[in-house]
Design a protein around this ligand. Sequence first.
Ligand SMILES: [Zn+2]
Ligand SMILES: [Zn+2]
Length: 317
Amino acid sequence: MKALVYVGDATVRQLEVPAPRPGSGEVMVRVLQAGVCGTDMCVVRDERPKAEAPMTLGHEFVGLREDTGERVIVNPLLACGCCRACGEGRAHLCERRQVIGVHRDGGFAEAVAVPEGNLVPAGHATITQAAMADPIATALHAYRLGAAAIGSGPVAILGAGSIGLSLLFVLKRFGVKDVTVTDLSAERRAFADAGGADRTAEAIEGSFDVVFDSVGAVATRRDAALKVRPGGVAVLVGLHSADLAFPAGPLIGGERTVNGSFGYTPYEFREAVAMLPDLDTRWVHAVPFAQAEQMFTRLLEGSLPPGQIKLQMRMSA
Ligand SMILES: [Zn+2]
Ligand SMILES: [Zn+2]
């Protein structure tokens, strides 16, 4: 079968690979559509998370169960079920956490073997919406980590990329008012305006109850930490840089909290799936699989237009 494989040396290739063989408790899923995520870029650049080449990437995908024909969305987070985090219902923090498409072969392929417990029925979502479950669930989890600090003050989202716009969607679903979205790209700010942002700007100014950093650059993390009001929360979601740098004074003197956010609980994944039919996907671009290698390489080079925020590949046709 066809697959887009990370072959090491910062390279992905479209290759012919053997079809997977489902193990016990696993189901074959025929992939319909799969999204490319910043995490895939990190893997290929040999940053965190680490994958062992050769590896078929792709953790954001929707497909058909081979046994029943049902349309399903795959929760890519695999947990052991018996460590402390799993016992606390926080499977995303499992000591033995693995991600389908990072630690084992993923959705940039015609078929994937997936543990049955990780399948969620796609319901009324379109295929494009269905392949957005992972970013929406990621945004939902980040929102929850900041929600208690959201009062009458404004809230900011740094970056109008896939996670930033997903955060905006989630915040508006939960009725959060006065949301500012910042991005350097006017095209991306326009998507934030269309998504219901109360204000958009190139850079963050002011003081906020909560700031969500979806970019993950040293500068945006610093902005997030220093632009929350005393007692406020900065939620760091973006993974771009490995580093963190800001003065300790405002954190200590203002009792500001900096909270990392990763993934989602299995329950949040299901919650996100239920929200998908309302998601406006005008900023998602689906390309035929034949173009996937080229598009992925352009994404790595940073040469895709800024308006092409989320890229998905269609595995059929
Ligand atoms: Zn993702
Ligand atoms: Zn565990």
